[in-house]
Design a protein around this ligand. Structure first.
Ligand SMILES: Nc1ncnc2c1ncn2[C@@H]1O[C@H](COP(=O)(O)OP(=O)(O)OP(=O)(O)O)[C@@H](O)[C@H]1O
Length: 868
């Protein structure tokens, strides 16, 4: 039977009222020194946190489930709940229970969700924690990315592919969108994000405009260059709304909004970012380009490097600006060393400053901020007369904020406690009243010791002790042996087994003074600290700017460090179309080689006129993929402004890098390997220009040999014969049949990776050489992998048989055979009277060739093939 409201305890009624406002969050409900969870929240908490689930009586109304933990463990447990994908509402006591009769007022002081976290335990130093908002407009998708822990705020607007790429690059911890757009979102971006849906009215232009103008305290958004992006503005408004909705009203550190312009950056779609293993290797703890290049020493640098990696530049001047600095740092080793020292002592300036408006900064962090500002002072001096323009400008933009720096150093003790409530934060000499109270407090303690000494002398109780407890304050403790020496004026308060405790009027009088003083000292310290935080608010913007400058310097120093340590060279970025890499290496593989092994360097030359497409053949494991990827990585690194692993490199400005890898093992959404590959390849075809670099690794491998060859063949022809564009292409394949393309198409060139056969074995030389290779040596690799000898022998026999059968049949004929009934042999399969033939004919009759896309055609082909 349902219990009436009045039968529940007042505490549970209060809990219920608050929980109704946060139905989808785990509510951590502060009760005394504990955070408690009730009902279904308790079940979740006990499971995720491994804490005991108990039951508690709820007045006359049944029992409720309960699980709790001590309040000082909040950070740890909060972290676990959020990492497990829960939204958490922290409900605190808003009044001092000592001063309240009846039930104390409670309210949610913070909501923590995966995308809205400022807690150091939840955040990773080297990564941003972005909240994204996505809005599907009539023609475009608007996106916003906001990191509350650093104050960074980006917006963009574009088509689905662009949105997809940005989501992959920013890797938001949480994505918001309107409830009604759920189907659209799922259709385009799948289920790979942690999402939260909101009411549609939040995603409207007027509301978003208002929200943004209020945040930035401006009359228009023109100054941010985003007023022409209506869908992005809606997304940005929704992101800000969500922050306020999650009880984050103080957002003074979000001072700017930056537009991401598609054409400003070298484009890589999400498959390319994945295939090139820029951020993730697909294996746990595997090496990525990021982990290989990241020698930054500050969290600001680490986070920025990640962004530089997925947003390489496309402006020659900006790239050269970075390269000039790297070159300068390489030459000026002393300067680089000093800069490194300063950066290392800065800590996470960007995140510390964000804690000021959020009221989360503690005294120790304020001191860290002061130390960081001292580093800014040092770096500014080091660079102010630099012959390098870029560094001189950075130096001009730095502001060590001397006013507030002095104030912090003057007011805060050198090593303050983490909690201001512990006291001992404020320096002496700052506040007269504080000094006076401290004097009383300190002397009071000395006085207590004097009382102890005096009474010990008078009574002759040498072991007399003054001590304190919460029940009756200061007392004198006498062991039983001396009990009879206690004067009558002492008032007995407690009897223990071996001792008795007494108070005296004199003791009580001093106790009052001391305790009163301590309380007053604490509230004065908190007041002075709060005033300091208020003053710090006005410095948020310049301090954030300093943090950004430090991030830039850190990344460029990191490039210089890599260049020195791993012998990278400065690339020459040109306005032309050539890629000319001499003695290039794969930056990640070369670092992972066992000691004693050296990476075999190779030249790669691609251009618009002679060598637009390279067909690369070679045995398994010979290094085809490595060569392809190193070309893409070197091109990418050059556009980041980094030196590159090559003896020399001339890189024409590149607008897009595409990579497609055949037969990926990671199948998504139940699609076949072949379909995934084809869809991925189809998206290339619409997007390339002569400035694009296309890397195709064993495309066509996911289907039968002839299908594979046909698809690969037609892709190469397409890329070669595009009317307006000549994308530079590297195509690695096992199908040595594709070498025939060189004879038919002027800008296709065959290369192979050399190896040496020694007896029955194969030695990889890994050197690139002109010309194709005749077979793919798969059986040799099988031998190396330890396959049984009988199996290998049989494989050799089958191979010999197949090669004999096809040796005289040029590939083109095979391709035609698949495409149409040109050959007699093939015709025999299509026996006009067979059921299969009839079925195929029917299927073909139903096809409207004029409306068929290439991918659909391939699918149809595959369907037909399955019938045969
Ligand atoms: N130039 C090189 N110098 C030294 N080692 C190399 C070189 N290139 C490749 N390797 C090593 O050889 C291994 C195989 O290379 P890779 O995967 O590129 O071969 P592949 O020809 O693409 O093989 P498959 O056809 O089986 O995919 C790499 O993991 C790497 O360790």
């Amino acid at each position: 039977m349902a219990k009436s409201k009045s039968e529940e305890t007042p505490l549970m009624l209060q809990h219920k009222a608050i929980k109704t406002r946060y139905p989808d969050a785990v509510l951590l409900f502060r009760v005394g020194d504990f955070y408690e969870t009730f009902n279904e929240d308790a079940v979740i908490a006990s499971k995720v946190l491994g804490i005991v689930l108990t039951k508690r009586a709820n007045g006359a109304a049944t029992y409720v489930d309960l699980a709790g933990f001590p309040h000082h463990s909040l950070d740890t447990y909060l972290h676990k709940l959020v990492k497990a994908g829960h939204r958490v509402a922290v409900c605190d006591q808003l009044e001092d229970p000592k001063t309240v009769k009846g039930i104390v007022k409670r309210g949610v002081t913070e909501m923590v969700t995966p995308g809205v976290a400022v807690n150091d335990k939840i955040l990773e130093n080297a990564s941003n924690n972005f909240l994204a908002a996505v809005h599907f407009g009539a023609d475009n998708i608007g996106l916003a990315f906001l990191d509350i822990s650093t104050g960074e705020f980006f917006v963009a607007q574009g088509n689905v592919e662009y949105a997809d790429k940005l989501l992959q690059s920013f890797r938001p911890a949480e994505v918001l969108y309107a409830k009604q757009q759920q189907k659209l979102f799922r259709q385009h971006f799948g289920t790979r994000f942690y999402v939260y849906t909101m009411e549609e009215w939040i995603f409207t232009t007027t509301y978003a405009q208002e929200t943004l103008l209020k945040q930035f305290e401006t009359h228009s958004l023109k100054g941010f260059g985003i007023d022409g992006l209506p869908d992005a503005i809606i997304a940005a408004g929704a992101a800000l709304h969500y922050l306020r909705d999650t009880e984050h009203p103080h957002l003074q550190h979000i001072t700017n909004i930056q537009r991401i312009e598609q054409d400003d950056f070298l484009w890589m779609d999400r498959f390319t970012i994945r295939n090139l293993e820029l951020l993730n290797s697909g294996v746990e703890n595997g090496h990525t380009l990021l982990s290989t290049l990241d020698t930054t020493v500050s969290p600001m640098g680490a986070r920025l490097l990640k962004r530089w990696l997925v947003f390489p530049l496309r402006n020659i001047n900006e790239i050269n600006e970075r390269l000039d600095v790297v070159e300068y740092f390489i030459k000026e080793t002393d300067l680089s060393r000093s800069l490194h020292q300063h950066l290392k002592q800065t800590g996470d300036l960007e995140r510390v400053v964000s804690k000021i408006p959020l009221r989360k900064i503690n005294p120790r962090e304020v001191m860290q901020l002061a130390k960081a500002l001292q580093q800014v002072e040092g770096v500014k001096k080091l660079l102010e007369n630099s012959p390098n323009n870029y560094l001189r400008e950075l130096s001009q933009k730095m502001d060590p904020c001397p006013g507030i720096l002095c104030r912090i150093l003057e007011q805060i003790v050198e090593t303050p406690p983490v909690l201001v409530s512990k006291g001992g934060v404020i320096q002496p000499g700052i506040d007269e009243e504080l000094d006076k109270l401290r004097n009383i407090s300190n002397n009071g303690k000395t006085y207590l010791l004097e009382i102890q000494k005096k009474e010990a002398e008078i009574t002759g109780i040498s072991s007399l002790k003054v001590a304190y407890n919460n029940v009756f304050g200061y007392y004198l403790e006498v062991t039983n042996a001396h009990k009879d020496k206690v004067p009558e004026t002492w008032i007995r308060k407690q009897t223990l087994t071996g001792a008795e405790r007494y108070i005296t009027p004199e003791l009580k009088e001093y106790e009052e003074q001391i305790i009163g003083a301590e309380e007053k000292i604490l509230s004065l310290e908190i007041k002075i600290f709060d005033e300091l935080l208020l003053a710090l608010q006005s410095y948020i913007q310049p301090i954030q700017q300093n943090a950004q400058m430090f991030g830039n310097i850190d990344c460029l120093l990191s490039f210089a460090t890599n260049a020195i340590q791993f012998k990278y060279r400065r690339p020459l970025i040109t306005d032309g179309f050539n890629i000319d890499i001499r003695e290039g290496r794969h930056p990640v593989i070369e670092r992972g080689l066992p000691p004693g092994d050296t990476y075999v360097a190779n030249d790669i030359i691609l251009d618009k006129e002679q060598q637009q497409i390279i067909i690369l053949t070679g045995p398994n494991m010979s290094g085809k993929s490595a060569l392809l990827r190193q070309t893409a990585l070197i091109t990418l690194m050059a556009h980041m402004g980094s030196f590159v692993p090559a003896a020399a490199a001339e890189i024409g400005l590149t607008d897009k890098i595409f990579t497609r890898v055949g037969a990926s093992d990671n199948l998504s959404g139940g699609e076949s390997t072949f379909m995934v590959e084809m869809n991925e390849t189809a998206s290339i075809i619409n997007n390339i220009t002569s400035r694009s670099l296309v890397i195709l690794d064993e495309i066509g491998r996911g289907t039968s040999t002839y299908d594979g060859i046909s698809i690969a063949w037609s892709i190469v022809e397409f890329l070669h014969d595009m009317t307006e564009h000549r994308p530079k292409t590297l195509f690695a394949t096992h199908y040595h049949e594709l070498n025939e393309l060189e004879n038919k198409h002027g800008r296709v060139k065959n290369f192979h990776i050399t190896n040496k056969e020694s007896g029955n074995k194969i030695i990889f030389l890994r050197k690139l050489a002109p010309g194709g290779s005749r077979h793919s040596f798969g059986i040799h690799v099988a031998r190396m992998a330890g396959m049984p000898p009988q199996l290998l022998q049989r494989a050799n026999e089958v191979l010999a048989h197949l090669e004999e059968k096809h040796i005289d049949a040029p590939l083109e004929k095979h391709v035609k055979n698949i495409a149409g009934p040109a050959s007699k042999v093939q015709l025999s399969i299509f026996d006009a009277h067979s059921d299969t033939f009839k079925q195929i004919r029917e299927m073909l009759d139903n096809v409207d060739i004029n409306r068929l896309t290439p991918v659909e055609a391939l699918l149809k082909l595959s369907e037909i093939k399955n019938l045969i």
